[in-house]
Design a protein around this ligand. Structure first.
Ligand code: NAI
Length: 462
C-alpha cells in the first residue's frame, strides 16, 4: 500500500513525488513514456531551449559579431549535430530525474495508468493500492478542425514534430502567434527559414501587456518574421513537398492561401487525461475539459487530487511544479500554498520577454489608480554593450499604496531578471523597496531598479 501514487512524471508529477517522499510518504509515480520528465523535458521546454540557444548563437554571429570586431565568422549548420546536442540535453535531464527517484526511493511504475476506483491505480495488469492519488497528466497539442497533424511526415507538425524536422525548411507557416509559435518560429527564422506567422487576433502573444505586444512584434519583424494578423486559418492542404494554408481576413475579403515546406500548428493545448477513467470514477470536469479542483487541489472524488496543465490556470511547467510541491505538503499534513498572483511567464526568444502579475490593461480594469514606471534599455549601459538594447522594463504599481502589481520586460536575460520582481511581489513590496535596493553596475537588472525609480521621483538614466 502506497501513501501516494502520482500519475505522470512531468514537472508537476515528479516534483510532487519527490517532495512527498522527502516528507516521509511512501510514493510511486506512473509514467508511460520511456523516460521521465513529461512533455516539458522530452518534447517541450528543454529540447526547444537547446534549439533556441543554438539558434541564438547563430543570430549573434550574423547580427553582432562584425560590429564587435569579430570578423568573417561563419558557421555551417550541421542539423544532425544540432539534433544530437538537443537529444543529449534532454537525456542528461531525464536521467537526472531517474536518479532523483532512486535517491528518494520513489517507485517508477512503467506504463499508462487508469483509476478503477479511489485508492486504486491500474498499470498494465497490476492494480496498486494507495491512500491518495495525484493526477498530473498534463496537456496535449490541439489542432484546428479538419487539419491533420502528421509529425512523422514532417510537413504539418505540432510543437513535438517541429523539434525534429528532417532538415531546416526554406519556408514555414506558423499558425498561432502564441508562445509556441513565436519561440519555434524564431528558432527556424534564425536558422535561415522564411517564416510567416498567421494569427487570428489583432496582436501577438494573447494576454500580454499591450505595449509589450507591439514592441515585441516590431523586434521580431526586424529579425525577419512576417506577421499576418486578424486572419483565421480555415484549412491546411498537405502535399508531398509542402502544404497550403488557407486563411480568411477577419475584417472581410476573399480567402487567401500561403504555401510552405512546413506548417507548424501552434493554436493551443488541451488538458490531457485520456484513458484515466475519470468519467466512470465520477471526477468532475470544468466546461473547458479541465479537472475541477478546490483550493487544496482536491477533485470531486475523495482521495483524488489533480495539478498542472490538467487543471485550470496557466499551462506552465513552473506553475505545475509549485502545485506539485503544495499538494505533497498538504498530503503530508502541512500547509501547501501557491501564490497565483506571482507566477512569471517567459517567452524564450531573442530578446526574451518576461512578465509577472497584472498587465497595464488588467491593472486598470480592476478600477484602481495605477502608476507606470518604464525604463528603456537604451539607457542601460550593459544592454548597449551587448548590442541588445531594444527592449524595456515596465513596472506597474498601485498609485495609492505604491505596491507592485506587475512587471513586463523585453530584453536580454528577461527570464532571469523577472525573479527579483517575483520575490518583491511575494513579500508585498512597494516600488520604492525595489528603487532603494542596490543593484550591481553594470547589469541589465539595473533597468528594473530604474523602472521602480520611475514610479517615484524619476529614473536616473533617461
Ligand atoms: P496559445 O494559446 O499561447 O496561442 C495560440 C494562438 O493561436 C492564439 O493567439 C490564437 O488566437 C491563435 N489561433 C487559434 N486558432 C487560430 C486560427 N484558426 N487561425 C489563426 N490563429 C489561431 O497556444 P500555444 O502557443 O500553442 O501554447 C500552448 C500552451 O503552452 C500555452 O498555455 C503556453 O503558455 C504554453 N507554453 C509555454 C511556454 C513558455 O512558457 N515559454 C512554451 C511553450 C508553451
Amino acid at each position: 500500500m502506497y501513501d501516494l501514487i502520482v500519475i505522470g512524471a512531468g514537472p508537476g508529477g515528479y516534483v510532487c513525488a519527490i517532495r512527498a517522499a522527502q516528507l516521509g510518504l511512501k510514493v510511486a509515480c506512473v509514467e508511460g513514456r520511456e523516460t521521465l520528465g513529461g512533455t516539458c523535458l522530452n518534447v517541450g521546454c528543454i529540447p526547444s531551449k537547446a534549439l533556441l540557444h543554438a539558434s541564438h548563437m547563430a543570430h549573434e554571429m550574423h547580427e553582432n559579431f562584425a560590429k564587435m570586431g569579430l570578423m568573417n565568422a561563419h558557421a555551417d549548420i550541421d542539423w544532425d549535430r544540432m539534433q544530437a546536442y538537443k537529444a543529449e540535453t534532454v537525456g542528461t535531464n531525464t536521467k537526472g530525474i531517474e536518479f532523483l527517484f532512486k535517491k528518494n526511493k520513489i517507485d517508477w511504475l512503467k506504463g499508462w495508468a487508469s483509476i478503477p476506483a479511489a485508492g486504486k491505480v491500474q498499470v498494465g495488469d497490476q492494480v496498486h493500492e494507495t491512500k491518495n492519488i495525484v493526477i498530473a497528466s498534463g496537456s496535449a497539442a490541439t489542432s484546428l478542425k479538419g487539419v491533420e497533424v502528421d509529425n512523422d511526415a514532417g510537413i504539418v507538425v505540432d510543437s513535438t514534430g517541429v523539434l525534429a524536422l528532417k532538415k531546416i525548411p526554406q519556408t514555414m507557416v506558423v499558425i498561432g502567434a502564441g508562445v509556441i509559435g513565436l519561440e519555434l518560429g524564431s528558432v527556424y527564422s534564425r536558422l535561415g527559414t522564411k517564416v510567416t506567422v498567421v494569427e487570428y487576433l489583432d496582436a501577438i502573444t494573447p494576454g500580454m501587456d499591450g505595449e509589450v505586444q507591439k514592441q515585441f512584434q516590431r523586434i521580431l519583424s526586424k529579425q525577419g518574421l512576417k506577421f499576418i494578423l486578424g486572419a483565421a486559418v480555415s484549412g491546411v492542404e498537405s502535399a508531398e513537398n509542402g502544404a497550403t494554408v488557407t486563411y480568411t481576413p477577419k475584417k472581410g475579403g476573399d480567402a487567401q492561401t500561403l504555401d510552405a515546406e512546413v506548417v507548424l500548428v501552434a493554436t493551443g493545448r488541451r488538458p490531457y487525461h485520456d484513458g484515466l477513467g475519470l468519467d466512470a470514477l465520477g471526477v468532475k470536469l470544468t466546461d473547458r475539459g479541465q479537472i475541477a479542483i478546490d483550493n487544496h487541489f482536491a477533485t470531486s472524488v475523495p482521495g483524488v487530487y489533480a495539478i498542472g496543465d490538467a487543471v485550470p490556470g496557466p499551462m506552465l511547467a513552473h506553475k505545475a511544479e509549485d502545485e506539485g510541491m503544495a499538494v505533497a505538503e498538504i498530503l503530508a499534513g502541512k500547509h501547501g500554498h501557491v501564490n497565483y498572483d506571482a507566477i512569471p511567464g517567459v517567452i524564450y526568444t531573442t530578446p526574451e520577454v518576461a512578465a509577472v502579475g497584472l498587465t497595464e490593461e488588467g491593472a486598470k480594469a480592476t478600477g484602481r489608480k495605477v502608476k507606470i514606471g518604464k525604463f528603456p534599455l537604451m539607457g542601460n549601459a550593459r544592454a548597449k554593450a551587448m548590442l541588445q538594447a531594444e527592449g524595456f522594463v515596465k513596472l506597474i504599481a498601485d498609485a495609492d499604496t505604491d505596491r507592485i502589481l506587475g512587471c513586463h520586460i523585453i530584453g536580454p536575460g528577461a527570464g532571469e531578471m523577472i525573479h527579483e520582481v517575483c520575490v518583491a511581489m511575494e513579500f508585498g513590496a512597494a516600488a520604492q523597496d525595489l528603487a532603494l535596493t542596490c543593484h550591481a553596475h553594470p547589469t541589465v537588472s539595473e533597468a528594473v531598479r530604474e523602472a521602480a525609480l520611475a514610479c517615484g521621483d524619476g529614473a536616473i538614466h533617461v
